[in-house]
Design a protein around this ligand. Structure first.
Ligand SMILES: [Zn+2]
Length: 187
């Protein structure tokens, strides 16, 4: 049953490969749509989509950044990875590309690595909390031996503008006055 589902996906999307910037931008736009939905309800605007063979498997957007729900777990990537697990489909995670509008933090990068996801594409660098530039060779074998490719700066400007709009609104208090806010507002 599960095998048949995978074959179906393969057949239907065999002609749509993620191998150039145009396709990266197409899926990053979908991640930006998620970020915009977060922004619309006063949440920190970060969005994520996970793609396999040209198809969006799951989406995620940041929650937990408003005063009544503050937490550092419900990051867009964690939401998406959880939804992928809940799909319970027999999909090789090394074939998945995770698109996110902000560089993943250390928590999310760890979850992405442990999940065996093959590629991260992100829009805007997180100069304060980005975790993807840590040297994996200095870590223990579980992390050291993971194969992952990371593509930055896809639709960077669009993500930057959204984050700038967030930080410019005095009602938004999450990460207010932080290094990330200063870096973003200074551009
Ligand atoms: Zn994160």
């Amino acid at each position: 049953m599960k095998l048949m589902e995978v074959v179906h996906v393969t057949t239907r999307f065999a002609g749509c490969r993620i191998g150039n910037n145009m396709n990266y931008e197409q899926f990053m736009q979908k991640a930006l749509d998620q970020a915009k939905s977060a922004f619309a309800v006063g949440e920190f605007p970060v969005g994520c989509v996970m793609v396999f063979q040209g198809k969006v498997l799951v989406t995620g957007s940041r929650t937990g950044t408003t005063a009544d729900s503050l937490n550092e777990i419900d990051h867009a990537e964690m939401v998406a990875v959880r939804r992928f697990v809940d799909l319970n489909k027999d999909i090789d995670p090394s074939g998945i590309t995770l698109f996110c509008t902000l560089e993943p933090c250390l928590m999310c990068f760890g979850a992405i690595l442990l999940s065996g996801i093959g590629k991260i594409v992100y829009a805007y660098e997180d100069v304060m909390g980005g975790g993807t530039r840590c040297d994996l060779t200095k870590l223990t074998p579980l992390y050291k031996n993971r194969k992952i490719s990371i593509i930055p700066n896809i639709l960077r400007k669009e993500s930057l503008e959204l984050l700038k709009a967030y930080f410019q609104n005095p009602k938004n208090t999450y990460c207010k006055g932080s290094l990330l806010a200063e870096h973003t507002l200074g551009q």
